[in-house]
Design a binder for this molecule. Structure first.
Ligand code: TRP
Ligand code: SF4
Length: 339
């Protein structure tokens, strides 16, 4: 019998999760729980790399994020769910990996270059921000993960992780396997204004939204921009509402919308109504579970604590091997006595 392969992935605690996060990462994580030994964690130190000035929400965001995870089906019985800063070993491994990581590897990282220009309102010329992928490498190799389920934007980081692991093994002996990125399928899901769904664009539908709010947001969704009146035939292939139908409606309704939109038999108001009904019935049970955990903050804390204990045991074992490989600690007894 083959032991299960191990995967690991993380998310920065950015606050309430929206449908983009749900379909982009969480559904995939959820589906991997039976096939793999899973480690999922909240990367709160990574949040500090860009948001070091505003830390007042982090604690609450961690709590909310864990609630969202539990509500969509991540389970502490199947997976190890934890918070990065609870495992101080990540900081130690990060420090050691910093010693062997050439800065040009970090400077040429496409995500780094892109973010520096895109987030021009923040001062990101910090050591910590440049070192983001080194911390991520520490997160990953600490658990000797075989696979890292991520979106395409994170692939360069997994690549740097592989290079760092290789370099470590080259200097100190074989301690780390090289992890593979597992590219997760992400259905196209845009915000209600047809831009990428993002919290900062104020165009997102959240897992925490009430049914009324979802209905209102769906009503505001931009449809086929060419279709001004109901009697104009529409083109579902350019319509965001239709993309949502593909995620939430059954085959026959999808086919019907496709046909009746093109023939101008169905109006956008009616079409949205049908989609919203299906979306709401998908989100309602998630929201119910959210409310359950929102009322039980201690249960959530206990889940995080138990997950962190499981993660820490693995991390401590890895760090023993790392220190031995680098020959930094434990030192021979004779030397210790002299200090
Ligand atoms: N960089 C990831 C993101 O922004 C979060 C992350 C931190 C991560 N450490 C990780 C993802 C380790 C996978 C593995 O989404
Ligand atoms: Fe989009 Fe539906 Fe309107 Fe067609 S009828 S444009 S699919 S909202």
């Amino acid at each position: 019998m083959n032991p299960k392969k191990r995967i690991l992935s993380g998310m920065r605690p950015t606050g309430a999760l929206h449908l983009g996060n749900y379909h982009g990462a969480l559904t995939n994580w959820n589906n991997m729980q039976d096939e793999y030994e899973c480690f999922f964690f909240i990367a709160d130190w990574h949040a500090l790399t860009s948001d070091y000035e505003n830390t007042e929400n982090i604690r609450n965001n961690i709590h909310e994020m864990m609630i969202d995870w539990l509500s969509v089906g991540l389970s502490p019985d199947k997976s190890t769910l934890f918070v990065q800063s609870d495992i101080k070993e990540h900081a130690e491994l990060f420090l050691l990996l910093c010693m062997i990581t050439p800065t040009p590897w970090l400077e040429r990282n496409p995500t780094y270059k892109e973010q520096i220009t895109q987030l021009s309102n923040k001062d990101l010329s910090t050591f910590g921000f440049l070192g983001y992928p080194v911390l991520q490498a520490a997160d990953i190799i600490m658990y000797k993960a075989d696979g890292v389920p991520v979106g395409i934007d994170q692939v360069p980081h997994v690549e740097i992780t592989r290079e760092i692991a290789r370099r470590f093994n080259h200097f100190y002996g074989n301690v780390f396997p090289e992890p593979q990125a597992i590219l997760t399928p992400t259905p196209k899901i845009l915000g209600i204004d047809r831009r990428k769904m993002s919290k900062s664009y104020h165009n997102a539908i959240f897992l925490s939204d009430s049914s009324d709010v979802i209905q209102k947001k769906v009503n505001e969704m931009i449809t086929d921009p060419q279709r001004k009146r109901k009697k104009d035939p529409g083109d579902p292939s350019v319509c965001n509402v239709y993309d949502f139908h593909k995620l939430y409606s059954d085959e026959s309704l999808i086919a019907q919308v496709d046909k009746e939109c093109r023939s101008a038999e169905i109006g956008c108001v009616q079409c949205k109504k049908a989609m919203a009904t299906n979306l709401i019935s998908k989100i309602a049970p998630i929201r119910e579970k959210r409310n359950y955990y929102l009322d039980r903050p201690d249960t959530v804390k206990e889940i995080i604590q138990a997950g962190s204990e499981k993660a820490r045991a693995v991390a401590q074992e890895t760090m023993k091997q790392v220190r031995a490989a680098i020959q930094i600690c434990p030192r021979p007894i004779a030397i210790l006595h002299k200090i």
